[in-house]
Design a protein around this ligand. Structure first.
Ligand code: GLU
Length: 482
């Protein structure tokens, strides 16, 4: 591929989702490859909603698709200027154009009207597996009866696709049905609308999932019949589950929304999706979106199916969490808790407060979900626990109370209330008391956080501050007196 960043390379690509349900990660991977390809070459990336199959529309799927793209930072360039800036194109608003092209095909003898009844079609499909071209020579006119427009596939010969990933693929024309291009209600089928719009929008490259490969001879024949130059095609490898079958619901989460809800970071998701069927050199794993834009090429897209390895995604997410700046981590948590309050800290904490405490738990997080249970106490006035949890193994209530009261003295006297000083003071105290450091730390941990497993203790006390730490320890000692 030629053309560099900032040049008008003539690259125009599109994502053409059909809003028929929750978008599969495969569709988002297709979006990502289109976007990386365009952005790395100064090209244009278009989103076009293919909503002509009205019976299969699922409400909310366009919003989910666009929401997932926005969340991942995949932005698109143009739209029809309806429904606000950057609204995508909707095929249902472009019906007139498809009808005109269907008419042109009929006039050229490349398509014909067919009024076969559904019962007849079902019968011939049963008998021959397809349509028997019954109406091909009948010369029906528009308005004769309710009719569809069928494309007249050549009866023999082959249609050859020169695919950018799969190389040369040939299809026997005789095996491809005379497919419907325009339905009787005036809506186009996917094949017609897809070709008409790719032409109208000046699309240079079509990247789409491998499942669309069998549609390509139909598309190429429409281009040919109209005397139009087709775009270049690249059919992307399937996404497979561990058992090597196509990734589907029965394997677990298949939509980006679900991964977002599980606490994955968009930067981890982008990196992971980019590697589903593409690699830079077979070994580099961690790459930001900006790097990916620079290095993504079709030459490195594989032909064979790409394995969706959820463990690798989890690892990658942990990596991005650990290397995020304090600001990024706090913002990601706030955004996550706002979008999914049930697993978050409520009310939402102040950003400043979160900036101080979020870094304490990053090492213990695989996903954003892991943060709220570990951090929630910072934002509560009272921590909750059973008094019995204060006494650690090998200690009784009286001994624990004594240790906590001595800890109050030790911490009160500290000049600087920072992690190192706190640690020094408490270790020395444990020695003086003749108990294990772990016993003392365990009691203070429960007192201060209400948790047995909590962020690192000394940093936690520092973040809570002297006043809150001491009052929590005092309260715990008082509970043990009762
Ligand atoms: N509407 C098709 C889909 O939902 C688009 C296929 C293509 O990109 O041509 O996947």
């Amino acid at each position: 591929m030629t053309g560099g960043v900032g040049m008008d390379s003539g690259v125009r690509v599109r994502l053409a989702p059909s809003p028929t349900g929750s978008p599969h990660v495969g569709m988002i991977r297709t979006a990502l490859y289109n976007w990386l390809f365009a952005r790395g070459r100064g090209g244009t990336f278009i989103v076009r909603i293919e909503d002509t199959d009205q019976a299969r529309l699922v409400e909310g799927s366009v919003e989910e698709m666009l929401g997932s793209l926005r969340w991942l930072g995949i932005d698109w360039d143009e739209g029809p200027d309806i429904g606000g800036p950057n609204a995508p194109y909707y095929q249902s608003e472009r019906l007139e154009g498809y009808r005109r092209v269907a008419e042109a095909l009929v006039e050229r003898g490349a398509a014909y009207r067919c009024d076969c009844a559904p019962e007849r079609l079902a019968e011939v499909r049963k008998a021959s597996g397809g349509y028997d071209r019954h109406c091909r020579e009948r010369g029906l006119m528009e308005g004769d009866s309710p009719s569809v427009v069928r494309f007249a596939m050549p009866l023999d010969g082959r249609t050859v696709l020169d695919d950018l990933i799969r190389g040369t693929v040939a299809f026997e024309n005789g095996l491809v049905d005379d497919f419907v291009a325009l339905k009787s209600d005036g809506f186009p089928t996917y094949h017609l609308a897809n070709v008409v719009d790719d032409r109208a929008m000046g699309i240079s490259h079509v990247f789409r999932g491998e499942e669309w490969l069998p549609s390509s001879p139909r598309h190429l024949q429409i281009y040919d019949a109209l005397g139009w130059e087709p775009p270049r095609f690249a059919h992307l490898p399937q996404i497979l589950a561990q058992d090597r079958s196509k990734l589907s619901k029965r394997h677990g989460a298949t939509s980006v929304r679900e991964y977002r809800e599980m606490g994955y970071l968009p930067e981890a998701m982008v990196n992971f999706l980019a590697l589903l069927g593409w690699s830079l050199d077979g070994k580099t794993e961690v790459m930001s979106a900006d790097e990916l834009k620079r290095v993504f090429t079709l030459e490195r897209v594989s032909r064979s199916g790409a394995m969706f390895d959820a463990k690798k995604l989890e690892w990658m997410n942990g990596h991005y969490i650990r290397q995020a700046s304090h600001e990024r981590l706090a913002d990601a948590l706030l955004e996550y808790w706002e979008a999914f309050p049930q697993g978050g800290v409520s009310p939402l904490p102040e950003r400043e407060a979160l900036l101080r405490v979020a870094p304490l738990v990053r090492e213990r997080m695989k996903t954003l979900q892991d943060a709220a249970p570990l951090l929630g106490f910072f934002f509560q006035d009272e921590v909750e626990y059973d008094t019995a949890e204060l006494a650690q193994k090998g200690m009784d209530a009286a001994g624990t109370r004594e240790a906590l009261i001595r800890a109050l003295d030790a911490l009160e006297g500290l000049e600087a209330f920072d992690g190192d000083s706190i640690e020094g003071a408490l270790r020395a105290l444990a020695g003086e008391l003749g108990i294990k450091a772990g016993q003392l730390f365990g009691s203070i941990r429960v007192a201060a956080t209400g948790l047995r497993v909590a962020p690192p203790l000394f940093g936690t006390l520092e973040a809570l501050g002297r006043e809150r730490s001491l009052s929590a320890i005092q309260k715990a000692a008082d509970r043990l007196a009762g």
